[in-house]
Design a protein around this ligand. Structure first.
Ligand code: FES
Ligand code: FES
Length: 166
């Protein structure tokens, strides 16, 4: 079947098999390897992409479901000049990754949250991010990175306590 959708701000169209997942199509047909595949059963969140601004597990989301929709992957987050999104920069500033396998999904899920609620509390961030698992960081740097980006997106100046976690 032929599908058309918007991918990272550009029109995309291709022939797919109805059984193909969005993760398979994004990685194999578009070379968007920032979409990470791990559990393949909608548990870990590493394959998270945004469809119409909301996180979906691309490992179980069939590609045809994205037809006529707006899909965003981590490759689409920097601005046209290549400036990183505040969440991407905050993950670097806070050392919020080690192996990095969970990071694209983490950042995209967090973007969806902050787009909906720029003033998300610590508890709201933890609850929203519960579908994204990390084996490396212990989560605190991730939480702090999301809080840093949240403050920046609200236009708040960084405070003296905004250094990286020890
Ligand atoms: S690879 Fe999709 S949720 Fe784990
Ligand atoms: S940084 Fe390794 S799984 Fe999260």
């Amino acid at each position: 079947m032929k599908i058309a959708f918007e991918l990272n701000g550009k029109a995309a169209a291709l022939e797919i098999e109805p059984r193909e997942t969005l993760a398979e199509v994004l990685r194999a047909r578009f070379g968007l390897t920032g979409v990470k595949i791990s559990c393949e059963s909608q548990v870990c969140g590493s394959c998270t992409v945004l469809v119409e601004g909301r996180p979906v597990s691309a490992c179980t989301y069939l590609a045809y479901e994205a037809r006529s929709r707006r899909v965003t992957t981590i490759e689409g987050l920097a601005d046209p000049q290549g400036r990183l999104h505040p969440l991407q920069q905050a993950f670097i500033d806070r050392f919020a990754f080690q192996c990095g396998f969970c990071t694209p999904g983490m950042i995209l899920a967090a973007k969806s949250l902050l787009d909906q609620n720029a003033r998300a509390s610590e508890g709201e961030i933890i609850a929203y991010m519960s579908g994204n698992l990390c084996r490396c960081t212990g989560y605190l740097p991730i939480l702090r990175a999301i809080q840093q980006a949240s403050a920046e997106l609200r236009g708040e100046p960084r405070t003296s306590g905004d250094g990286a976690e020890p």
